[in-house]
Design a protein around this ligand. Structure first.
Ligand code: AMP
Ligand code: GLY
Length: 428
């Protein structure tokens, strides 16, 4: 079978790498891919990003399954377009992708279906938003409605920060206003305390198959300091998700979400990512939904997956196609991925730095590419997150040590990385 992976980041490199291991797969095309997928003999880059062009190409090439990595094509309706053309594709429809693409939609959905989440209110009017924040007090969280690549959330420690965030998100120069997407909206919500976990499942519209748990590191600098990013590293499994927490997450969040979407007439198929806040008592609340895999969570998760990913995604791309008795097989070892980011990330990213020293793939150690491109035989940075050095080892601590050993051999000007990925799972 020929398979198409849409996207060009570290997540897509890891998905394509895993799909290519299936005996049933002839070629994995990655559109547009990156410098890493360009150099992997099992993968082939396809320089197309326009959805209707991709669809026409997939029909011509008789692509047997398409897997969508990022949220942007999902929110733009790539699944609807491919299905209408009779192509098999794994991912949510445009309507179902609103679970991620609209915070207002997902918060209203959670309220309607009694799914635990932070208390909240939604505003289009800045004066009303300011008054609400004054009444609630700080800390408080201000979120822009719409896709914002991890930059639309301000965790305000003071009222002044909250007011500034409202002015930024609802002002005339706000991203929504200048993007012409209609009226800007903010969601203001209660600040939740606890430890975060990424809880990702495969859905076929009816049934759910949980993936291994993981934890991301959203802040740029060690000790969870500095600005929010798309994620600076991740590991799997996440010990904060004990068996009891896992059971609660399934019972209170994931299953009611899948049932709720079905009841609302917009069944969810695809990867469903619940960002959870786990409190000291093991209670769970939903911070956000994503309608896709996490990046960089995918990289360690794919390293641990032993089952054939193609079989599972092929089955799940049909409503009710997943075998409800099926459980995925996982490597018992821990996997940990360290992101190497470009100079200036997450603000003004510099591109074009030459990258040296990437080791060949070894057992249990893979350097997944994200923002890289191959120019005249030279690998150069081309995005914010450049690489994700991902390893398997007997413990999170051993994986951390090995990942940093591998990363220390890799060099490019301005490279940034955290030095404490996995710290919550490592007891001193
Ligand atoms: P989101 O894009 O909604 O996941 O938010 C990005 C990050 O902001 C999350 O990973 C959390 O670290 C933080 N965050 C979001 N909502 C809350 C909340 N209600 N309470 C505390 N932290 C939050
Ligand atoms: N790593 C967080 C995300 O993919 O949303």
């Amino acid at each position: 079978m020929k398979v198409l992976v849409i996207g060009g980041g570290g997540r897509e490199h890891a998905l394509a790498w895993k799909l290519a291991q299936s005996a049933k797969v002839q070629t994995v095309f990655v559109a547009p891919g990156n410098g890493g997928t360009a150099t992997d003999r099992r993968l082939q880059n396809l320089p197309i990003t326009d959805i209707s062009e991709l669809c026409a190409w997939a029909l011509r090439e008789k692509i047997g399954l398409t897997v969508v990595g990022p949220e942007v094509p999902l929110a733009a309706g790539v699944v609807d377009v491919f299905r209408a053309a009779g192509l098999r594709i794994f991912g949510p429809t445009q309507a179902a992708a609103q679970l991620e693409s609209s915070k207002a939609f997902s918060k209203a959905f959670m309220q309607r279906h009694a799914i635990p989440t932070a208390a909240f209110a939604t505003f289009e009017d800045a004066a009303a938003a300011h008054a609400y924040v004054d009444a609630q007090g700080a800390p408080i969280v201000v979120k822009a409605d719409g896709l914002a690549a991890g930059k639309g959330v301000v965790v305000a420690e003071t009222l002044a920060q909250a007011h500034a965030a409202i002015d930024f998100m609802l002002g005339d120069s706000s991203p929504a206003a200048s993007g012409g997407e209609g009226r800007a909206r903010v969601v203001i919500e209660e600040f939740l305390q606890g430890e975060e976990a990424s809880f990702i499942v495969i859905c076929d519209g009816k049934h759910v198959l949980p993936l291994a748990t993981s934890q991301d590191h959203k802040r740029l600098r060690d000790g969870d300091q500095g600005p929010n990013t798309g994620g600076m590293g991740a590991y799997s499994p996440a010990p904060v998700v004990t068996p009891a927490v896992h059971a609660r997450a399934m019972r209170e969040v994931v299953l009611p979400t899948v049932r709720g979407m079905e009841q609302d007439g917009i069944p969810f198929s695809g990867f469903l990512y619940a960002g959870l806040m786990v409190d000291a008592q093991g209670g769970v609340k939903t911070l956000e939904f994503n309608c896709r895999m996490g990046d960089p969570e995918t990289q360690p998760i794919m390293m641990r997956l032993k089952s054939d990913l193609l079989d599972v995604l092929y089955a799940a791309s049909e409503v009710g196609g997943l075998d409800p008795e099926l459980a995925l097989q996982w490597d018992r070892r821990a996997a940990l991925g360290v992101v190497m980011a470009a100079h200036g990330y997450p603000d003004k990213v510099r591109s074009g730095d030459a990258i040296h020293g990437i080791p060949a793939e070894a057992e249990g150690a893979v350097v997944f590419h994200a923002g890289t491109t191959l120019q005249d035989g030279v690998l150069r940075s081309s995005g914010g997150r450049v690489l994700c050095v991902t390893v398997l080892a007997d413990s999170v601590k051993a994986a951390q040590q090995r990942a940093y050993r591998v990363a220390s051999a890799i060099a490019f000007d301005g490279a940034q990385m955290r030095h404490d990925i996995g710290h919550r799972a490592i007891k001193a």
